[in-house]
Design a protein around this ligand. Structure first.
Ligand SMILES: [Zn+2]
Ligand SMILES: [Zn+2]
Length: 233
C-alpha cells in the first residue's frame, strides 16, 4: 500500500530534506493503491454484509470512502483561501490613508441633477426642460426634468460622487492588490503546505479506516455530487 514510503516522504518534506516538487514526483510515481493485490484483499476483508445507509442485505456491496479526497489543485485552492482570509486582516494596516486618497484623486467636475445629484443626466436639443435625470425618469423624484445642471465631484475609477464610498472602494481595491501580490510571493510555501496535506489525505485514503459498507445504489448516490463536480469542473 506504500504507506511507509508516503510517511517517509511526508516527514522528509516537513523537515525540508526534499522539496514539494520532489515529494509530488515520487508520490505520483507510486503504483495506484487500488491496483495492488493487497488492497483488494484488505478491501474484501472490510466489506460487510449489509449497507450502512439503507441496511439492505442484498449485495453486491462496495467499500465506500467517507473522507473527501480532494485533488492537488483543490488542496492548493483551500490553502490559498485560508491564507487570503488571514492576509486580508494582516495587510489592512499596510494600506495607508494617504495611498487610498491618492488612488481616489481629486475627482472631476461633472454636471449633475440638482434634485438628486446623479450624473446620469441627458441634454435634449429642442425640448424643455432641457435636461432629464435618469433616476427621475425611473420614478425616484418628480419632476425628472430641469433647466440647468449643478456641478458635482465625480470619482471616475470608483464610479461614484460620494467621496466616502469612493474611499472605501479604493481601500478594498488596494487591499486586494496587496493580498494578490503577497499570495504570489508565498506561492512556493502554498504548494509546500498543499503537498503536505495531499500526502496526509493519501495516507488516510490508503489506511482504509474511514470507510463503510455501501450497496451499489447508495454508493452511487453518495458519489453523485463528486461525479458532477468532476464533469463540470
Ligand atoms: Zn444502501
Ligand atoms: Zn435626479
Amino acid at each position: 500500500m506504500h504507506t511507509e514510503e508516503i510517511t517517509d516522504l511526508l516527514s522528509d518534506l516537513a523537515a525540508g530534506a526534499i522539496t514539494w516538487q520532489q515529494a509530488l514526483t515520487q508520490v505520483t510515481a507510486l503504483p495506484t493503491a487500488w491496483q495492488t493485490p493487497e488492497w483488494k484483499r484488505r478491501r474484501d476483508a472490510l466489506i460487510g454484509s449489509s449497507c450502512a445507509v439503507c441496511e439492505t442485505t442484498d449485495g453486491p456491496f462496495v467499500l465506500q470512502h467517507l473522507l473527501p479526497t480532494p485533488t492537488f489543485k483543490e488542496v492548493c485552492q483551500a490553502v490559498k483561501a485560508e491564507l487570503r482570509a488571514d492576509l486580508l486582516v494582516l495587510l489592512d494596516d499596510q494600506v495607508s490613508e494617504h495611498a487610498v486618497a491618492e488612488h481616489v484623486g481629486p475627482g472631476d467636475e461633472r454636471p449633475a441633477c440638482p434634485t438628486c445629484g446623479s450624473v446620469s443626466i441627458r441634454e435634449r436639443q429642442s425640448l424643455t426642460p432641457r435636461y432629464l435625470c435618469s433616476r427621475g425618469e425611473r420614478g425616484y423624484h418628480s419632476p425628472a426634468g430641469f433647466d440647468a445642471p449643478v456641478p458635482v465631484r465625480y470619482y471616475a475609477k470608483q464610479k461614484t460622487t460620494n467621496r466616502e464610498v469612493a474611499l472605501a472602494t479604493a481601500r478594498e481595491f488596494l487591499l486586494s492588490v496587496a493580498v494578490v501580490a503577497e499570495l504570489r510571493r508565498r506561492d512556493d510555501r502554498i504548494q509546500h503546505e498543499a503537498t503536505l496535506r495531499s500526502l496526509k489525505y493519501s495516507l488516510a485514503y490508503r489506511s482504509l479506516q474511514h470507510t463503510a459498507t455501501y450497496c451499489k445504489k447508495c454508493a452511487f448516490k453518495a458519489d453523485l455530487p463528486l461525479i458532477k463536480r468532476k464533469q463540470y469542473a
